[in-house]
Design a binder for this molecule. Structure first.
Ligand SMILES: [Fe+2]
Ligand SMILES: [Fe+2]
Length: 210
């Protein structure tokens, strides 16, 4: 029975660690682009910095969990990355090729990006609440501790982007973005996560991202 639980934890955390890693590395790039374009916006810059630092902290907490359990995360592709999928559906491009310096110079696209980050964070907040209420997580003390830190940090992550959208009188997420969010969420929950759980040939990473 324990091995079934451990398999579930490994799959769940492999998805989390990928998303936290992509999150903080992309936010680092966004932070640099904002400093370039809006050097006077110190509050916005500081809150994006705090956001990137929090995501890196989450990454390190999950990495530490694997270390303690003497195992490695499964190899998870960008098909499991929330923000990767959002960028793919809305911008029709790959997150890795997205030029944040170029994007910040296009107001419409930058507002779009702010909305996507905001929605990713809203989804993250809902997800962590669901996990903390789940008996699968409740029975694991160290994971509960980690997810409580994530739960505490998450709400502040939406603020910088909400602030920016308000500042420029831009709208909040609309139907298309909400539908994409639901599609990404349910395709992960109903198909992609079960596929990982059942795939006996899934490879472990050889080393951590950093
Ligand atoms: Fe996070
Ligand atoms: Fe977050």
């Amino acid at each position: 029975m324990d091995s079934i639980f451990n398999r579930f934890y490994s799959v769940l955390l492999s998805i989390y660690i990928y998303n936290e890693y992509v999150g903080y590395t992309e936010l680092d790039k966004l932070h640099a682009a904002i400093i370039n374009k809006y050097p006077q916006e110190s509050e916005f810059i500081a809150s994006v910095r705090k956001h990137a630092d929090d995501e890196k902290k989450h990454y390190l907490m999950f990495k530490n969990y694997f270390h303690k359990n003497k195992s490695m995360p499964f190899v998870v592709t960008k098909n499991y990355g929330y923000i990767d999928l959002f960028i793919k559906h809305i911008f029709k491009t790959d997150l890795q090729t997205l030029d944040q310096n170029e994007l910040i110079n296009d107001e419409k696209k930058f507002m779009n990006l702010c909305r996507l980050i905001m929605m990713t964070e809203f989804r993250g907040m809902k997800q962590v609440k669901t996990l903390l209420n789940s008996p699968l997580i409740k029975r694991n003390e160290s994971l509960t501790k980690i997810f409580k830190v994530v739960e505490r940090d998450e709400p502040s992550h939406c603020y910088p982007y909400q602030y920016w959208l308000k500042k420029f009188n831009s709208h909040e997420p609309r139907l298309k973005e909400k539908l994409v969010d639901l599609w990404i969420h349910y395709s992960l929950m109903l198909f992609k996560v079960p596929i990982l759980l059942l795939n006996g040939k899934l490879k472990r990473m050889k080393e951590f991202y950093v």
